[in-house]
Design a binder for this molecule. Structure first.
Ligand SMILES: NC(=O)c1ccc[n+]([C@@H]2O[C@H](COP(=O)([O-])OP(=O)(O)OC[C@H]3O[C@@H](n4cnc5c(N)ncnc54)[C@H](O)[C@@H]3O)[C@@H](O)[C@H]2O)c1
Length: 273
């Protein structure tokens, strides 16, 4: 997709972080952005920023973890706009440090409903329309946690590996159509993902360590990298230098990566005690 002028683009989870930054940047480039989130107050802030810059934007209150809400959203969008050109499945949540046996199953299931089923159900709701467009794109947000297993992060890793598997399979199913399919793997991005997450202990410390030690790429920079990947029809995009390094190491030396993860986990535990 060479440019976004006059394109109609859905972005889920646009009240914050990368979703908000992508919405602002794509609207600046001439797209009409249809943005959704569960946080209507912050979603309206995104809309105001866009409209103050003369961009075109419409907001929708949608919980991506609830299929009926996605179906209603799709009906509303398609009755008003008839089609969309790009679907960006960005909304997601994190669960903080907790082992498999510590996580309440209801939280595990909720995370899977949002991070995995949200992506699948949005794609199903808009796929026929996207395939009918002369040029279209589906962009799904996985993570570096979709490239490697992480202790005390099982639900998040399960969801992000699933998004990667879904996206890579879908891309092949759609080969020969005009729909480009991109899988996004951010590293540590400076957003509210950890602050918005479900945590069972040490939340303040975990948020602090994330911002001080891990979130090395800004949301705006991440958004511009993802937008460039859509333009280039990239199959996969690593967002941030840490993501690029992790991808390389997981391919070349998976054993070393496991050892590094375990030693980092020990360090993190000592920092958050
Ligand atoms: N920030 C990082 O370091 C990082 C790294 C890898 C992957 N990601 C992924 O990037 C995506 C964007 O996250 P972010 O970092 O911008 O975080 P963020 O918390 O700043 O933004 C996520 C947005 O999703 C919304 N959301 C949460 N649950 C929702 C639901 N049920 N329905 C609709 N909207 C919902 C939130 O309200 C929020 O506005 C997520 O999928 C996240 O898992 C983030």
């Amino acid at each position: 997709m060479k440019d976004f002028n006059q394109k109609i683009i859905i972005i889920t989870g646009a009240a914050s972080g990368m979703g908000r930054s992508m919405a602002i940047q794509l609207a600046q480039q001439g797209a009409t952005v249809l943005i959704s989130d569960v946080n209507l107050a912050r979603l309206n802030e995104t809309r105001k920023i866009i409209e103050d810059n003369k961009g075109k934007c419409k907001t929708y209150l949608v919980d991506v973890g609830i299929r009926e809400q996605i179906d209603t959203f799709a009906e509303q969008v398609l009755s008003e706009y008839k089609y969309i050109d790009v679907l960006i499945n960005n909304a997601g949540i994190a669960i903080g440090e907790a082992t498999l046996m510590e996580i309440p199953l209801t939280d595990f299931e909720r995370l899977i409903n949002i991070n995995m089923w949200g992506v699948i159900n949005h794609t199903r709701a808009f796929l026929d329309v996207l395939v009918s467009r002369p040029e279209a794109a589906i962009v799904n947000t996985s993570s570096v946690f979709g490239l490697m297993g992480i202790p005390s992060q099982i639900p998040y890793c399960v969801s992000k590996f699933a998004v990667r598997g879904f996206t890579d399979s879908l891309r092949l199913e759609l080969s020969g159509t005009n729909v480009a399919v991109t899988c996004v793997h951010p590293g540590g991005i400076d957003t509210n993902i950890v602050a918005n997450g479900i945590h069972y202990k040490n939340k303040e410390e975990i948020v602090k360590v994330f911002h001080e030690k891990m979130a090395i790429t800004s949301a705006d920079k991440a958004a511009s990298i993802i937008i460039r990947a859509i333009q280039k029809k990239s199959k996969r995009v690593m967002v941030g230098p840490d993501a690029k390094l992790i991808r390389l190491l997981t391919q070349l030396t998976p054993g070393i990566v496991d050892r590094a993860i375990l030693s980092r986990k020990k360090k993190l535990e000592s920092l958050t005690k």
